[in-house]
Design a protein. Structure first.
Length: 243
């Protein structure tokens, strides 16, 4: 059976509550989910060479999920990257990514390696080497072009990531067949229309999952805990879960 390893380069939200780094995680030291502003710093903190990232998967374009991309591109441009990189995200990812990166670091896209921009289409499977992905449209900020979650398979293991979203049918669709679900949980009990919280929403998510599956909560405020829910863990900055 394939081992799953999730290393969190951050577990907080856009307000960095309690000094938490913005949410993002590395899967099996190969695939980076989200590009939070501190992504490059966090990868260096955990001792991981950013040139070894094979693909980045982005859920939506809020700054706490996306604005680390120019710094990663800067590192790759000047610190010896030679192998291709694939950048996956919702529609407009390529336009926004190029526009922002070139504006803040002119020439950063003049590189000796291939950048493949992939705009994920909900319901259409993607393969990134050994990682299989299927984007699922979530319900988040309607002012954005799109917000995605992802159903994932790596070897024989099935897992999923909600990205930022309110509680909706798509969350339950991801939860029902995942061995591991990484789920945003922005607060303990605040009722924010575009987010889930621990008290009102997460118990319903946990109840929809198979009993022996694992739920990992991220995008946190410091007062968020597991609420006593079974097989539920709390992501912490720079912590690794091996499942």
């Amino acid at each position: 059976m394939t081992d799953l390893q999730f290393t969190f380069i951050g577990s907080g939200n856009a307000f960095s509550p309690g000094g938490l780094c913005c949410n993002g995680f590395l899967v099996n030291d190969r695939f980076l989910f989200e590009a939070p502003p501190q992504a490059l710093s966090s990868l260096n903190t955990i001792g991981f060479d950013p040139n070894e990232v094979e693909a980045i998967v982005i859920s939506h374009h809020h700054g706490d999920h996306f604005l680390g991309l120019p710094f990663l591109l800067l590192h790759w441009r000047w610190k010896g990257r030679t192998k291709p990189i694939r950048i996956v995200g919702p529609k407009d990812t390529e336009r926004l990514g190029k526009e922002i990166a070139q504006s803040v670091f002119p020439g950063v896209l003049d590189v000796p390696y291939e950048i493949q921009w992939i705009e994920a289409q909900p319901g259409q499977p993607l393969r990134l080497g050994e990682l299989e992905l299927e984007a699922v449209e979530m319900e988040h900020d309607e002012a954005l072009s799109q917000a995605l979650g992802y159903r994932c398979r790596l070897g024989s293991r099935r897992w999923a990531y909600t990205g930022d979203t309110r509680l909706c049918n798509a969350v339950f669709d991801l939860a029902r067949d995942a061995e591991v679900l990484i789920c945003e949980c922005a607060s303990r009990d605040l009722r924010i229309p575009v987010h889930m919280n621990l008290v009102d929403d997460i118990p319903h998510v946990r109840a929809a999952m198979p009993a022996n599956s694992q739920l990992i909560l991220t995008h946190l405020a410091p007062d968020v805990d597991s609420g006593g829910l079974p097989n539920t863990r709390i992501a912490r900055d720079f912590e690794t879960f091996r499942l």
